[in-house]
Ligand binder design. Structure first.
Ligand code: ATP
Ligand code: MG
Length: 368
């Protein structure tokens, strides 16, 4: 019997079970229900690579769509505001057509092939006006518009500034609009340091981090049994442990352990070959991407941190690279902002992404 693999180890792909994000999503949903002015209607989601920012945006999207809202998902790249304007206009047009079709269906007999389109002026091109007129259409039905912006980056600060300014005006006018943006912590703080974007500094901040192992264990078991297989208790322990609570790794470990199983039960044999396969994929996807974002000096500092088996003392890191503590402290902060390392007690730092230490050791030469 062929078993379909339920795990989704792909960036941006919604997992079979979204572990540990209920609270974030409930808060957002309350803000939607509470009406204009509720704090979560303007949110910033940050966190390290692979922690699940994009899939939280997807979930936020689903929440409002279930309430009849319109949701537009964008990424912060050149042309973003134009694309949002186009999408707003398209939705507006669809709503009008849907409504006039309904009206025709009820009140008017179809005459001459049903060509009873009213002549309409073209909707305005400008983002603010287009959005306002779409909201005019939505608000009488108590629905609204959500815009999500993924991969916020300092390069796109101009576009974000434009969008935020438009949203700020609409929020002031108590319109039914929500804006949720996501990005790496360093990118988001770069964008927030823009003097025009003070408005976004009032946004609610959601810093996503690892999920609890208890939740991981439960979700792995549930996903597996729901999809027709079982997992032995010791295999489940090993798989849970191997994820380190890191969401991307939950999917990778689940996926590869599932693949290495032939019968109906995932056992120790499956985890002992599935876990190394998952780690390897983690390296070639997440670790490689996280390192590619950094400078050569950042990577040198990381290699010096990776010498220790646990948290590294910054003073030791400075000694290892032959630089002053002051010099290292600048890179320490850069790497914390990039969510690659985190403070681990006074004077110590540790990696945020699991197995990055091992990956750096194995790829020391190419990491530089
Ligand atoms: N809460 C979660 N529970 C289970 N799996 C998750 C969870 N969050 C994310 N994942 C899985 O982790 C992977 C990465 O998720 P996602 O692409 O959303 O991360 P990201 O934070 O947007 O990463 P990046 O910074 O690279 O854009 C996907 O395979 C996704 O299915
Ligand atoms: Mg993402």
């Amino acid at each position: 019997m062929a078993y379909r693999n339920p795990f989704k180890p792909t960036a941006g792909a919604s997992p079979p079970l979204l572990v540990g994000r209920d609270e974030v999503l409930e808060e957002f949903e309350e803000s939607i229900d509470d009406g204009p002015g509720a704090p979560g209607r303007l949110s910033l989601i940050t966190g390290p690579r692979g922690v699940g920012k994009t899939v939280v945006l997807n979930a936020v999207h689903d929440i409002v769509v279930a309430k009849g809202w319109i949701a537009i998902a964008e990424t912060a790249t050149t042309g973003m505001c134009d694309r949002i304007t186009q999408a707003v206009r398209r939705h507006h047009e669809e709503l009008r057509q849907g409504r006039s079709a309904r009206v025709r269906g009820i009140t008017l007999p179809v005459v001459g092939g049903g060509l009873t389109f009213e002549s309409r002026a073209d909707p305005p091109a400008d983002l603010r006006e287009s959005t306002a007129s779409l909201l005019d259409e939505l608000e009488p039905n108590e629905t609204g518009l959500l815009i999500t912006v993924d991969e916020v980056h300092r390069k796109s600060v101009g576009e974000i500034r434009h969008l935020a300014t438009v949203v700020q005006h609409l929020v002031r006018e108590d319109r039914n609009i929500a804006l949720v943006m996501a990005g790496l912590p360093s990118a988001v703080s770069d964008v927030l340091s823009d003097s025009v974007l003070t408005f976004m500094r009032r946004a609610s901040r959601e810093e996503l981090s690892d999920v609890s192992l208890a939740d991981v264990r439960e979700s792995l078991a549930e996903t597996i049994t729901r999809n027709g297989r079982t997992i032995t208790s010791s295999a489940l322990d090993a798989a849970t442990e191997a994820t380190g609570g890191y969401p991307f790794m939950v999917q990778l470990v689940g996926y590869h352990c599932w693949r290495k199983t032939t019968g109906s039960a995932i056992d120790d044999a499956a985890t002992s070959s599935g876990i190394p396969a998952a780690r390897k994929r983690l390296g070639s996807t997440v670790h490689a991407a996280a390192l590619a974002d950094l400078s050569a000096v950042d990577r040198t500092v990381l290699l010096a941190i990776a010498v220790d088996d646990g948290p590294a003392r910054t003073a030791d890191v400075a000694r290892r690279i032959g630089e002053s503590a002051k010099y290292v402290s600048i890179y320490r902060q850069r790497l914390i902002d990039a969510a690659v390392i985190q403070p681990a007690g006074r004077g110590f730092v540790d990696f945020t992404i699991p197995y990055l230490r091992e990956y750096l050791r194995e790829h020391a030469a190419s990491a530089l």
